[in-house]
Design a binder for this molecule. Structure first.
Ligand code: SF4
Length: 633
């Protein structure tokens, strides 16, 4: 019996410390696979079904190996859980004296320098000023400066930008607060640690810095474990491109003005110029012709109103760069600001210039900023280069990596080398006994105008049978709103609707309210874990195909089509199948859970590609008759 088998056995240390502990053969297999990959420095992709216990299965061999390990996961919440609960527990139970560090992106840490500057040249309301003073007080007490541990700033507060840094405005070693900087301290802890817990955003931010030869955020490591690896292609797309925002331009101008004031370099002409540039950037942002949402760059670049404004903005930045160059030697900060001017101009010129091969240019308009982005069509070659540079062990894991038992889609999207080893470990849950997949007969096509009326009727019946305890998961806000108005007042259980409160508040309310019914869109399809009786039914309206209006998706599909491939079968179906598996996966989270999943989209039964979806889902018994459901409970 290997050490790992002993550790995970009924007589092992976990069984002695975790109440109700049950050994799972899949967990032991996964731990052994991970251990082998660490010893061989190889590349492993491992799909571990819900309930395998993959977190312990990679933590135990990683920690026992004594090798420097970086674990990256999808969200900050999961990161906190790994740090505070799982890694700490494994170390304690196995008596491993490992140093563990948590490292987040820089926007999570209070920036002492920017807080100080913002307070000195404060622009804002009295309430905001009071908050800043409270933050200043908190800065003296906090150990780590992690802003998530203090509830002073709301999610959308405008103060975030004033009290945190980004790679452009951080002064690095020239910063007067360098020695007490929370970010620097967190990075030092990560350098010394045996196990560092990060998230995918930070992982890719590090990758971009290394790639551009601008340093690094993360320490080197022998082992990388990337959990929730199905999210890597999307997170990678966000980071491996370029972005410039009207907010960045405004902040750059404000920072320059503040610095000139603090250096007592009064230059009225430059001050007026900066105000003028801010107005120009605001005019681009506020263009009526550009509605909120996303669109391809050509919509801006061919627009008779937008194009001249973008040209003026480019000219303004050219002029700014020359003006600021004259003050470059006035201080280390001004030198940085000049570099920011050069970089901002370069990005804007790239966005407005010629098409760049392999990239899609697009914009996103939000309420307070306009983002101009260049995103790679395919992140595969970038990601592969990243992996090869590190010459470490790489383990990519998730409950949803395969489509119809094949890793081809994720391998292709991440450009994984041929040497990658793959492994599927099924869930230890008995889906055929614990659940039913209800595909109602004679439902209208999801594009039919009567679809949601029929769905509301069917949902009411199911909610009654399940006595609430239901998730309704939608593919769009429009669908959610329509169903909310149809169900409101016509079901006898409390409705919790996305948008009425924050995601975490809604989830907490669902757990604490007996027989609740939750209505949510895509952010509720994954990362939600409700064990036990509170959740007995999941209703999904449609197959979650990404909207073809998404300019990045549109460009990717177009690219595949031009290469003679079938974008629908090669991209849209597998992406949607993975997401559907996530949504369905909300139901059974424990051996004792029981329940129903209903998918109202009849393309699952009628379309040829429906089989791909069904083959990707857990092995559930398919039923078409509501009466079978009644007798199930
Ligand atoms: S080093 Fe950067 S992040 Fe740290 S306090 Fe200075 S500006 Fe802020």
């Amino acid at each position: 019996m290997s050490d790992l088998k002993t550790i995970f056995s009924l007589s092992g240390p976990f069984a002695r410390t975790i109440p109700g502990y049950q050994p799972r053969s899949q967990q032991i297999q996964m731990a052994e696979k991970v251990d082998e990959a660490i010893q061989k420095r190889s590349l492993l992709m491992i799909e571990a079904g819900t309930g395998v216990g993959k977190t312990f299965a990679y933590l135990v061999p990683s920690l026992l190996s004594g090798k420097k390990t970086i674990i990256s996961t999808g969200t900050k919440t999961l990161q906190d859980q790994l740090f505070e609960r799982d890694a700490a527990m494994v170390c304690k139970t196995l008596g491993i004296p490992a140093r563990i560090a948590l490292l987040k992106g820089r926007s999570n840490y209070l920036c002492l320098y920017r807080l100080d500057r913002s307070l000195h040249a404060f622009r804002g309301s009295q309430t905001q000023l009071r908050k800043m003073m409270q933050l200043q007080k908190w800065a003296d007490q906090t150990e780590d400066g992690d802003l998530s541990s203090v509830s002073l700033l709301g999610e959308k507060s405008v103060l975030w930008n004033k009290v945190t840094s980004n790679s452009e405005n951080c002064l690095g070693q020239d910063c007067p607060a360098w020695e007490s900087c929370f970010l620097v301290k967190a990075r030092r802890r990560a350098q010394k640690a045996d196990l560092v817990i990060v998230n995918h955003h930070l992982l890719f931010a590090d990758f971009v810095l290394r790639n551009d030869g601008l340093g690094e955020v993360l320490p080197d490591a022998d082992v990388f474990v990337l959990d929730e690896a199905h999210q890597l292609p999307e997170t990678g797309s966000q980071f491996l491109g370029e972005i410039i925002t009207t907010r960045q331009i405004r902040e750059l101008c404000e920072d320059i003005e503040d610095e000139l004031q603090s250096l007592k370099l009064q230059d009225t002409d430059l001050a007026n110029f900066l105000h003028g540039l801010i107005s120009r950037s605001d005019m681009v942002r506020d263009l009526e012709q550009v509605p909120e949402g996303t669109g391809p760059a050509k919509k801006l670049l061919n627009d008779v109103h937008a194009k001249p404004l973008l040209d003026e903005l480019t000219e303004g930045l050219e002029s700014l760069e020359k003006r600021v160059e004259q003050f470059r030697d006035a201080s280390a900060t001004m030198k940085r600001f000049h570099e920011r001017c050069v970089e901002t101009l370069r990005r804007l010129e790239r966005f407005t210039g010629q098409e760049a091969d392999g990239y899609v240019r697009w914009y996103e308009k939000r309420s307070r900023t306009l983002l101009l982005k260049m995103t790679p069509l395919n992140i595969g070659e970038h990601f592969q280069a990243f992996i090869q540079k590190q010459s470490s062990t790489w383990i990519l894991t998730s409950a949803t990596l395969t489509v119809s038992d094949s890793f081809d889609f994720i391998i292709q999207r991440l450009g994984m080398p041929a040497a990658v080893e793959t492994c599927i470990l099924g869930s230890p849950f008995n889906y055929r006994k614990q659940s039913l997949l209800y595909l109602p007969d004679s439902f209208p096509d999801p594009r039919h105008p009567g679809f949601y009326a029929t769905l509301a009727e069917e949902a009411r019946r199911l909610i009654e049978i399940c006595r609430g305890r239901t998730f309704l998961l939608f593919t769009s806000f429009r669908a959610l709103n329509e169903m909310e108005s149809r169900l409101e007042g016509s079901v006898s259980y409390p409705l919790l609707v996305q948008g009425r409160a924050s995601r975490s508040q809604i989830l907490r309310a669902f757990r604490e309210t007996d027989h609740a019914v939750l209505l949510g869109t895509l952010s509720f399809w994954e990362g939600v874990d409700v064990k036990g009786d509170s959740l007995s039914c999941v209703i999904i309206d449609k197959l979650p195909f990404t909207s073809p209006d998404d300019p990045v998706l549109e460009a990717r599909l177009d690219h595949l089509k031009k290469s003679g491939k079938n974008p629908f079968m090669l991209y849209q179906v597998p992406s949607a199948a993975i997401l559907l598996k996530q949504g369905v996966g909300r139901l059974i989270r424990d051996r004792k859970d029981r329940g129903i999943v209903m998918i109202a989209d009849n393309r699952l039964s009628k379309a040829r590609y429906g089989k791909v979806f069904l083959d990707t889902l857990p092995d559930m018994k398919v039923v078409h008759d509501m009466e079978v459901i009644r007798s199930f409970f």
